[in-house]
Design a protein around this ligand. Structure first.
Ligand code: NAD
Ligand code: TYD
Length: 343
């Protein structure tokens, strides 16, 4: 089976590519624009693989995508490409609209002309918004997104489902909880805290740090996508959760323990506007239909992640140079006194 992935040079997409290539019956075409979050170093181990091919292309251009689809003759598409960071979406919503909505629309249009057998739109539990404990979102839970990021993902989910109903595009939507693991760009909570701690830099905690997220090891997410590719039903939504809810402060305490750094590094900073208090979801449907469940326990996965960042200082240095520095300088300007020394 030939799978065209979008965003395969990012955190989750690159994990998927590495994992999928272990299956001799799968061939991968990776279409990625290589934004700040796309990094071919994530795929160095498979760059010369005979069943792998990379094409640099921006989903915001329909003509380029059409050419790729005409030529690639893919059997399946897995759509990872997105502007994926909530803070960036707050500081700068335009690219989020362009990629997450227009980019998804273009992809759907390209597939309307060049039909594929399977399409998975990779989405997020953030579309359900903040949930009071002990509520858990199942796939029928109302969409109540809070940020430009989650609103655009919710919009793209609906667009995909509309193409399923209207054009019979064989599409599925997956909604995963917060991923963690190696190769994650150090702007998200876990890799930011690990890399700052390793450098003895401040760990910026938003508000009271008691916001709750459900943590999913990235390989468990990618295994779920492979199961859904095989066994999922067209037109369906599948939640993918790690079954491990923790307040941010508890995650950070574990990172401090694994890095051997003092809690004096923790700095409380102004809260994120519209900050969702708690995400929680049920993956019962996925487990029932495909037999999938997460394999990695959080402490083991977090320890492995800390070890990976410790062992890959060149990767960290590379992604934290250039654009990363200017992003923090520009977007955190109004609270730079709180965050000085972060980048
Ligand atoms: P990421 O930011 O690490 O990578 C995104 C990739 O998309 C990059 O390689 C980037 O170059 C590419 N890209 C961005 N805009 C593009 C465009 N216009 N055209 C082509 N390529 C483009 O993201 P990630 O964390 O790997 O997330 C992947 C997907 O999973 C996203 O759709 C995200 O919404 C979803 N998701 C992420 C998480 C998480 O915790 N990271 C959780 C649930 C769902
Ligand atoms: P993040 O990794 O950005 O994922 P999301 O907002 O998509 O869930 O943030 C996870 C949690 O960590 C969220 O509650 C915000 C919080 N957070 C901080 O407290 N400090 C930080 O520097 C970052 C990036 C996040």
């Amino acid at each position: 089976m030939k799978i065209l992935v979008t965003g395969g040079a990012g955190f989750i997409g690159s994990c998927f590519v590495r994992l999928a290539l272990q299956n001799p019956s799968l061939e991968i075409v990776n279409v990625d624009a290589l934004t700040y979050a796309g990094n071919l170093e994530n795929l160095a181990s498979v760059a010369d693989h005979p069943r792998y091919r990379f094409i640099k292309e921006d989903l915001c251009g329909l003509e380029g995508l059409r050419r790729i689809f005409d030529e690639a003759k893919a059997d399946a598409v897995i759509h990872f490409a997105a502007e994926s960071h909530v803070d960036r979406s707050i500081f700068s919503p335009q690219p989020v609209f362009e990629t997450n909505l227009r980019g998804t629309f273009n992809l759907l249009e390209a597939m309307r002309a060049n039909r594929v057998d399977r399409f998975i739109h990779v989405s997020t539990d953030e579309v359900y918004g903040s949930l009071e404990a002990p509520l858990e979102a199942d796939e029928n839970f109302p969409l109540q997104p809070s940020s430009p990021y989650s609103a655009a993902k919710a919009g793209s989910d609906l667009l995909v489902l509309g193409y399923f109903k209207t054009y019979k595009l064989p599409a599925m939507v997956t909604r995963a909880s917060n991923n963690y693991g190696p190769y994650q760009f150090p702007e998200k909570l876990i890799p930011l805290m690990i890399t700052n701690a390793l450098d003895d830099k401040p760990l910026p905690v938003y508000g009271d740090g008691m916001q709750v997220r459900d943590w999913l090891y990235v390989e468990d997410h990618c295994r779920a996508l492979l199961r859904i590719l095989e066994k999922g039903r067209d037109g369906e939504i599948y939640n993918i959760g790690g079954n491990r809810s923790l307040p941010n402060k508890e995650v950070i305490d574990r990172i401090l323990a694994f890095t051997g750094k003092p809690s004096s590094l923790i700095k409380t900073v102004t809260d994120r506007p519209g900050h969702d208090r708690r995400y929680a979801l049920s993956s019962e449907k996925l487990t029932k239909e495909t037999g999938w469940s997460p394999l990695m326990d959080f402490e083991t996965g977090l320890k492995a992640t800390v070890d990976w960042y410790r062992s890959n200082p060149e990767w960290v240095q590379h992604v934290k140079s250039g654009e990363y520095q200017s992003y923090y300088a520009k977007n955190y300007e109004n609270r730079s006194h709180e965050l000085s020394g972060i980048a």
